[in-house]
Design a protein around this ligand. Structure first.
Ligand code: ARG
Length: 583
């Protein structure tokens, strides 16, 4: 159910009936204030301006036509004309109640399924395997995963692509260091238990130890040349590093699996082909030994084209070359209709260049949408990039452990009697949920400040607040001693708080569509927060289990509670956040 779409269709038709040309934008949107109705249609003013007629007169005609369609059919209670030509639509409580009844009996909560599913390739997480995952990869991982889940919920077909950084010159020093450790009879798993340390050790040797840098470079040559022993060593390294990432994915409740990995190395065989094609099509040219594309479309103020190197002078390939190859693979082999890539904003220029060159070369047909969704940085309380006290990068694994520890203290404090096993589960869900929600709820393009206290608060837009709202509803059911199948299929909508809730519940599809088209899970976070807040106002105004409440009203209100709980549960699940019956 998409009310906005339904109303847009009806208003469009009414506009034609009122004499406006076909295709006039009805400009339907959710109203910002209750006195403006539930939805507004503001398209008349623009249309009147174009036709140079009186907007109010025109709007009156549209309202007349609309009344027939909306009021007589029972969808709306009334249609009002306001100001110079705003049309305010007040939906009928009865109609909302019917729609909600239908939505609640549907496992997709009334969110319609895409008739023609798109093939969407989503490139997210993509850590560099030379090092341990750090907080910078948190954002890509969880924002990407939320968008993936929203797409799937709506019925699109998602192909996850974890474009892991598993190739490149830094592997030379890592492999040289690893081979020494194995020679000294160390086990690979032990040597690589702390990747951060391992990287540091290798780097120190590379900078300081005589002959080591040369050996590291030899390893790079051997690796690129496909030397079997070297590849075996590399594979061992990669496997262990992937295992570290998988532990994080598990902790984070992220849907990525090994099958989704399509690392940089996988494109290796195709890179010379990419270069040959770019040269044959005269898109890339030789420049001081390197192969370069001069992108005129992105010229600076002085008219100098943007420079995009696709092969280094020594013959080495780059991150850019791999991404061009990825464009082709995703369009041709994966048959993508749309490609979405989540990385930090510093890579925006890179992806703009990739897109232009890939389109020119025919690696990316015009029919394929290419969306780079950039995000800002995670900052510490001091407003500087988030680091450990000593200035090191914060390991994601440590951060998540700390979240769970803090949540344990918090829950223990609130509920000292909770059995240990339950405490573990609740603390895990609350701690991880808090970190995820804090991140997901921010407008992704801006930097944001990481703050334990606000994210773990039970007030405001936080995971604990929403999880608590969910578990409160569950406890009402327990208290009422009633289970789902005793509830009426349709709640009756009477009080303004009930109407506000019904409307909100029926707007889930509108929110999900915005999340999907813009790659912005924060809209779903806002929605869920508003839903939980509307529930709190409803709970204050409309008692459920109080003495004197008649049975019918009680059951109707419980049915509404059930819809809210289902929507909170599903909505949080799309964000990858778990709920619990009690907390
Ligand atoms: N590994 C890269 C990084 O850590 C992100 C890769 C994103 N995807 C891509 N197709 N380039 O920054």
């Amino acid at each position: 159910m998409n009310i906005k779409q339904l109303l847009s269709d009806i208003v469009s038709k009414a506009m034609i009936d009122a004499g406006l040309p076909e295709g006039t934008n009805p400009a339907v949107s959710q109203s910002t204030k209750p006195q403006f109705g539930d939805y507004q249609a503001n398209g008349v003013m623009g249309a009147a301006k174009k036709l140079k007629t009186n907007p109010r007169e025109l709007a009156t005609k549209v309202v007349d036509a609309l009344s027939l369609e909306l009021v007589d059919s029972g969808i709306a209670e009334k249609i009002e004309l306001a100001g110079p030509g705003f049309i305010n639509i007040h939906l009928s409580k009865q109609w909302l109640s019917q729609q909600l009844g239908q939505a609640s009996s549907d496992e997709k909560l009334g969110v319609s399924q895409r008739e023609q599913p798109l093939n969407v390739v989503v490139d997210y997480s993509a850590p560099n395997l030379a090092k341990e995952m750090h907080v910078g990869h948190l954002r890509s991982t969880i924002i990407g995963d939320a968008v993936v889940r929203a797409l799937e919920f709506r019925g699109d077909k998602v192909i996850r692509q974890n474009h892991m950084g598993d190739w490149g010159t830094q592997f030379g020093m890592l492999l040289a260091h690893l081979s020494d450790k194995l020679e000294a009879n160390e086990v690979a798993e032990t040597a690589l238990a702390d990747l951060e340390n391992f990287y540091r050790e290798a780097k120190i040797r590379f900078d300081e130890e005589e002959g080591f840098a040369d050996r590291a470079r030899e390893y790079v040559v051997r690796l690129q040349g496909g030397d079997a022993d070297c590849l075996k060593l590399w594979q061992q390294f990669i496997d262990i590093s992937i295992h570290h990432s998988e532990e994080i994915y598990n902790k984070l409740n992220v849907t990525l699996t090994r099958e989704d990995i399509m690392g940089e190395s996988a494109y290796n065989p195709d890179l010379p082909v990419v270069i040959d094609e770019l040269m044959a099509k005269n898109i890339a040219v030789e420049d001081q030994g390197a192969k370069v594309v001069f992108i005129e479309e992105m010229a600076n103020k002085e008219g100098e084209p943007s420079v995009f190197i696709v092969q280094k002078s020594g013959g080495g390939y780059l991150y850019a070359t791999t991404d061009l190859s990825a464009c082709r693979y995703r369009s041709n082999d994966l048959k993508a209709d749309r490609i979405i890539i989540f990385t930090d904003a510093r890579q925006a220029l890179h992806f703009k260049q990739v897109e232009i060159v890939a389109r020119k070369a025919g690696f990316l047909p015009d029919s394929v949408i290419y969306d780079h969704c950039p995000f800002g940085m995670m900052m510490g309380d001091d407003g500087k990039p988030f680091k450990t006290r000593t200035g090191g990068t914060i390991k994601l694994a440590d951060l998540l452990d700390e979240a769970v520890t803090r949540a344990t203290d918090l829950i223990k404090d609130k509920n000292p009697e909770m059995p240990a096993q339950q405490l573990d589960e609740v603390a895990r869900k609350v701690g991880i949920g808090a970190v995820k929600f804090a991140d997901l709820s921010k407008n992704r393009t801006s930097d944001y400040i990481f703050n334990w206290k606000t994210m773990l608060s039970f007030e405001g837009a936080t995971a604990p607040y929403l999880q608590y709202a969910y578990s409160r509803i569950q406890s009402i059911f327990t208290k009422a001693g009633i289970n789902q199948n005793q509830l009426p299929t349709q709640a009756s909508i009477e009080a303004p708080q009930e109407k506000a809730l019904a409307l909100k519940l029926l707007q889930l599809e509108e929110v999900l569509d915005a999340v999907i088209s813009e790659g912005t899970p924060n809209l779903l976070c806002n929605y869920l927060y508003e839903l939980a807040s509307s529930y709190m106002s409803f709970y204050e105004a409309c008692p459920i289990l109080k003495d004197g409440i008649d049975e019918q009203t009680k059951l109707s209100r419980l049915a509404l509670c059930q819809s809210i709980a289902n929507t909170l549960n599903k909505g949080l699940d799309i964000l990858g956040i778990e709920v619990m019956e009690r907390m």
